[in-house]
Design a protein around this ligand. Structure first.
Ligand code: ZN
Length: 545
């Protein structure tokens, strides 16, 4: 990782060096470069070393002010300390039981967990799995990749030790012993990417100082935006800037409802408006991102799609036609509280920030929609990563989106963007029965996957959602289900959950939820191509009832 980073830095500086003779570039143990354009225009950035207050070996760094250049550095507390990422075979070890954690009686666990019927003192494997944060589970081999809290991992290790099963082979394997370290490394790479972007902006501003003299400085620089991930307030600025720049296309809706912690959930309408600023009634496409907080690439992809459409309108015939004939209704950050939490506390937080009973936090929003709620594939245990909440649509985030969707009336296609595993999932998740529109939904899902592959060669699997695992109360089942269909003037919707990069078999790092910033653009490109097909096709061939 370190090698890769320095390579990126050297390459970027080499590129910058060829553009301007006046700047000085030196690459040493730490990386330094200076753009010399007079005191006010100069910038010096020094990379290398860990900053004060970080874990690991302390070294001096030249960027020791949090507000330097206005870049906020992510500095996580230690919620993930000693959390482990473990691969193990659940089938081979299905008979293993795990000691119930201290402070819990089995009675409490039974009351809370919807499917615990065990009378014994220890938890069986299947119950343990319900309480773990399972990242992937192979149907064929039943190999599980799961995130364990420190105490869960202690119990797991003890159970394996008592059974005499040492780590290794296909029994069990620790992929990462301390996820806090992974989160800290990610924070470091986000910070470095921010500094690089800033350096690039400063040099470009200095080079173009005569041209830019009268230009108003924008909130957001679209040229460098997709080189990094951004926190909630910056993403909001991104959409406000898009609305400012493209008033003939974009309407910014400040609030469609509020989160548990009282933040406004904003939305966007995107279509070619009439000359008087009105919008004709057109078929609608629904896109949403960041229902799960840690799935940052879902958010960046929705931003990329929005920018792709607005910046190509009037320049690309296909996109111009799409925006004339279609209205996009976009909710960029569904789970704002959770997303903020991933920037400030725990990079791997998934749920919203509901305060549950027993001191547990969070409802899995994608198990809380009002479609076959609580009928399996979710958990009644408030600590669980798939806790479905007290009742269908109990969460204000889900209520806001269900209501906003229901107000639209002309939706023909809906996509909920998630990470990770490279999957195009079609209805349904709540049953193994194929949906009445299986043929049409499969055709479009398969095409999405094949177009994605044509762009950068990434293989996405197209399959019914239940093939991955059973889920109930999920958004994409709700979009396709009876209640949304009734609200949508009786019209069914082509509904998909797209699980973006990386693949589950080759996540390429210690956590599939942490996609390097360098992949934001190629990921956006492959999804944009697939979405151009999707929108065109479903608008021309809406599902018949
Ligand atoms: Zn997700």
């Amino acid at each position: 990782m370190k090698k890769f980073l320095s390579l990126t830095l050297v390459l970027s500086f080499a590129l910058l060096a060829t553009q301007s003779a006046a700047q000085m570039v030196s690459v040493t143990d730490d990386v330094t470069f200076t753009s010399e354009g007079g005191a006010s225009e100069g910038v010096q950035v020094v990379f290398g070393g860990r900053r004060q207050g970080r874990s690991g070996p302390q070294r001096t760094t030249h960027c020791n002010d949090d507000d330097i250049f206005g870049i906020k550095q992510v500095n996580y507390p230690h919620e993930l300390k000693n959390h482990a990422l473990v691969r193990f075979n659940a089938r081979k070890h299905h008979d293993i039981t795990f000691p119930v954690p201290a402070g819990f009686s089995q009675e409490t666990v039974s009351t809370l967990s919807s499917s615990t019927t065990q009378e014994q003192d220890d938890e069986p494997m299947e119950t343990m799995l319900q309480h773990l944060d399972v990242w992937s589970r192979s149907r064929a081999s039943d190999e599980v990749l799961a995130h364990f809290t420190a105490s869960q991992f202690e119990r797991f290790e003890r159970a394996m030790y008592l059974k005499g099963i040492p780590e290794g082979g296909d029994d069990w394997q620790v992929i990462e012993r301390d996820l806090q370290r992974v989160a800290d490394e990610d924070a470091e790479s986000i910070y470095r990417a921010s500094l690089l972007v800033l350096a690039e902006q400063e040099i470009s501003a200095w080079k173009n100082k005569d041209k830019n003299k009268d230009k108003k400085k924008k909130r957001v620089d679209f040229d460098t935006w997709f080189k990094n991930y951004h926190p909630h307030d910056e993403i909001k600025d991104f959409y406000l800037q898009i609305a400012d720049d493209y008033p003939d296309l974009v309407t910014y809706i400040p609030s469609i409802g509020q989160t548990v912690e009282g933040r406004d959930i904003f939305a966007i309408r995107l279509t070619a408006k009439e000359h008087d600023g009105s919008v004709k009634e057109k078929p609608q496409i629904w896109w949403q991102g960041l229902q799960h907080a840690r799935e940052w690439a879902g958010g960046s992809t929705v931003q990329f799609l929005t920018h792709h459409l607005t910046s190509h309108y009037g320049k690309n015939d296909n996109i111009t036609a799409i925006l004339r004939d279609t209205e996009f209704v976009i909710v960029p950050i569904m789970n704002i509280d959770g997303y903020d939490y991933t920037w400030n506390n725990n990079r791997l937080w998934r749920k919203n920030r509901r305060q549950n009973s027993f001191g547990a936090y969070g409802v899995d929003l994608n198990r809380n929609w009002d479609d076959h709620f609580g009928q399996g594939g979710s958990s009644g245990f408030p600590w669980s990563e798939t806790y479905h909440g007290p009742s269908a649509a109990s969460e204000p985030e889900v209520q806001a989106l269900q209501n906003f969707f229901s107000e639209q009336k002309r939706i023909v296609g809906a996509i909920d963007f998630h990470c990770y595993s490279q999957l195009v999932l079609r209805p349904q998740g709540w049953t193994t029965q194929l949906s009445p529109h299986e043929k049409e939904l499969k055709f479009v899902g398969d095409r999405i996957a094949s177009i994605i592959k044509d762009v950068h060669g990434k293989k996405y699997i197209s399959e019914p959602s239940v093939a991955l695992y059973k889920t109930t109360g999920a958004a994409s089942d709700w979009f396709y289900g009876d209640k949304a269909t009734a609200a949508n003037n009786g019209h069914h919707v082509y509904s998909y959950t797209i699980e973006l990069r990386p693949s589950s078999t080759n996540p390429g790092g210690r956590s599939g939820f942490i996609l390097p910033p360098e992949e934001i653009i190629p990921l956006g490109e492959e999804i944009a191509q697939a979405m151009e097909f999707f929108v065109d096709y479903v608008v021309k061939n809406p599902l018949k009832n």
